[in-house]
Structure formats: C-alpha cells, structure tokens
Design a binder for this molecule. Sequence first.
Ligand code: HEM
Length: 400
Amino acid sequence: MNVPRDAEALFGTRFHRDPAGTYRRLRREHGAVAPVRLESGLPAWCVLGYRELLRVTGAPELFSRDPRLWNRWHQVPENWSLRPYVEPRASTILTGAAEHRARGRAVREALSGVDVAGLAARLHECCDALIDRFAGRGSADLVVEYTHRIPLLVMARICGLPDGEVPMLTHDVALSGQEGDEAVGAYERTMARMRWLAAERRAEPADDLASRLAESSVGLTDAEIAADLFLVLGKAHLTTSDWMANALRLMLTDPHFAVGLAGGRNDIAHVLDEVLWADPPMQNFVGRWATRDTELGGRSIRAGDLLVLGLAAANADPAVRSRSGASTGNRAHFAYSHGEHGCPDPARELSRVIASTGVEILLDRLPDLDLAVPEEDLTWRPSMWMRGLTSLPAHFAAHR
Ligand code: HEM
C-alpha cells in the first residue's frame, strides 16, 4: 500500500489528546478510507465511513480476520505493542472465515448458556461489596475502585474459576493488556490457569463456560478452550468497564444526561446508548486484511493490506449521525462492530446487564455523586483501541 510518510498517526500525544478531531481531519482530507500510520510507522487504512465499514465487516471472504495475510509482517518490530493482539494465535477471533464459523459458534453457544438471573444476583453482591469499601469515606475513584473491578469478578465466575482465584486473575488479565515487561508473564500465567481449568472441566463438567466449551460438538482442544476463555475475559473486561465509566462521566459532566443520577432505569439505558454512539469503549479495532486486490471508498487496496475498523469514526459519520439524530433506542452503532466477527449477541446482552446493573446500583447507593475534579483534568488511557478514563474521582455524602 502507498501510505505517505507524513500520514496521520493513530498514536502519540496529538492523537490521544483528541481522537475525534483526528477522525474529522482524516475524513475531511481523505474521505471514507484514509491512509494512517500505527506505532513504529506501520501503514494501514482507517475505515471511517459507515457504509464502507458495513461493507468491510460484512465480507469476511474479502476482508479477512486472519492476520497471517498481512503484507507487512517483515517490518513489525519484536516489541511492537500491538503484536500480542494481532499476532496469529489459537484464539477464535484470529482465524479465517471457515475455521471461525465453527469456533465462533462454540463460543456463542457457550455464552448463550449463561444463567442471567444467577448473574444478576452475583452482580448485586459484587457491586455492593465494592461500594461498601468506599461508601463511608465520602470519596472514591470510580474507575479504579469500581468499574474496572466488576466485569472480571463476574466473568471469572461465569467461566468457572473459583472466587479465591479472582484477585490473581484480575491482576494478570489487566497486566497482560498493558505495555511493559510483565505483560507476557501475566498472559502465560493466565493461559496456564485456563488450560488447567479446561482439562479439569473435561474430566468433571460443571455449569460454566469452560465446561460448555469442553462439551461443544465442535471438538475443541484444551489449548483452544484456554485461548477462547482468555478472549472472553479480555473482551469483557475493559470494554464493559470503560462503557460504565464513560456513562458515569457523561452523567457527571453533561447536564443533559445528569437526570440519570436520579436512578431511573430508562435514563440509564439512554445514557448507555449515547455512549455507544459518542464514546464507544472500543474506538478502533485492528483489524481486517484484504484477501485480494480490491477497491474501497475510492481507494485501491492491495492484497494483504491492513484495515483498521474506525468504529468511533463510523458512528460519527455525518451521513448517519445527522439522519439518526438522538441515540435513544437506536442500536445501529458500530460499538460492537458488525458481521461474523462482531461481538456475539449473547456477549452484548451480558455486557448490557453488567453495565446497567453496575451503574444503577452505584446511583441507588450514592445518589448525590459529584465529580471531584474539573472535567478538563480527567485523563484518557493512551490507547488507539480503547476509549476509557484512567480515573474518575468523585465525592458524595459519606454513608455508614
Ligand atoms: C460480557 C462482555 C463481553 C464479552 C463476553 C465479549 C465477547 C466477545 C467475543 C468472544 C468476541 C470475538 C468475536 C469473534 O471473533 O467471533 C468479541 C468481539 C468484539 N467485542 Fe465483545 N464482548 C463483551 C463486551 C463488549 C463490549 C461492551 C463492547 C463494546 C461496546 C465489545 C465490542 C467488541 C468488538 C468491537 C469486537 C470485535 C469485533 C470485530 O472483530 O469486528 N464487546 N467480544
């Protein structure tokens, strides 16, 4: 692919300061499909147009999820920070269309078996216990002490891990997603734990995700089950916690959404929908690879070129945003991506139950929440994938 040396960077201070501004600039200068550079200067196409993204995500035979197709692997540095997410692995998500159909079905079916009523009870228990720790203090960091803790606490139980292992798991899954030397060790520890769980449940099944994957007619190996359990935990963790935190930020900073603080269920659903349009937790996704030379949005795409799914940018495409108007009830956004590799329906449902319950319980318990710092002081994690706050300091009347 022909990407100019000065193509816009989807990394670095300028991008992180204002990703939405970057997407606007890219759209203005290049249209629906823009040449960009990722870390280490690696070239990619960023798909910003809603229609174009629909085409890319809807045609896995032409725009594959298989990273082995990439025509730039020879330029990827050993320590490239996106390598763990892009490198070919045993995971269901990183496979071509045919293999994915079977593996994806196994994960979808296993997630469909989750007992949502049981989940609600577990959620209440987790959220209340977390709030109990800071309610008497009158202040808390709602990201560090609350939203970031909930999804893994719940998902570990769903996967089949005993509660005693949750603190270590939470620590390792979070660490494995960060830059730095400890990430690989944390990833390997978690995978070893998951392989053990897969083998254990194959021998003695229980009512959990690991057992359902082990019993799947697709016939998964223990290594494949471990990879898929890790995928599920990894996918659920930051996405769902950032979704909750972005919704709380909106409620605490924008008077139009502050009404949600009264605790109304409809209001919370409205704020959560708005966030999926305006500040989706996964703002970009890497990616898809062209299986042959083709054309997209007026661009010549070469076989093996990498396409970044511009999920937040496509949501903001003036062609759809002006037509769709208010976000209430409109779920045609790209927050969960789309098509065969999009976030599976049962996962979407689970994440909505987790996010709405987490926000609802917090507002029920602490109805007078207020932001403890000026809005401009809130900082976002420097990530090209995720759109989430590093912390959300709040204060409230102390409760015993
Ligand atoms: C309980 C919480 C969640 C679980 C268990 C979960 C699970 C998954 C799984 C298994 C995949 C891989 C799909 C495949 O390749 O077949 C996936 C993909 C994805 N999920 Fe989720 N997810 C959760 C929450 C979320 C949330 C809250 C968001 C954002 C709002 C999100 C956005 C995505 C995106 C963008 C993809 C990538 C799709 C692509 O490649 O096109 N997920 N998720």
